[in-house]
Design a protein around this ligand. Sequence first.
Ligand SMILES: [Zn+2]
Length: 83
Amino acid sequence: MDLKFGKEIYFEKKPLFKITKLQFKKLQTMDKKYVCDVCDWVYDPAVGDPDNGIAPGTSFEDLPDDFVCPLCGVGKDQFSPVD
Ligand SMILES: [Zn+2]
């Protein structure tokens, strides 16, 4: 997802928020991606995981503890940060 000022973020087909300058900064700093060690699925905070109720802009740290990889079902402890 390309981040632009004023871009509207949609979540479950409803506008969730418009990217403000503050949110833009926040999205950039928490834009740390995590990869599943088991199946290589990548969690991108800018995209979230709308299919599983995770809104765009949710950092990996803020994911619920019961979050599991949508592909292989392992928990958060099986994910590693992507540099
Ligand atoms: Zn996985």
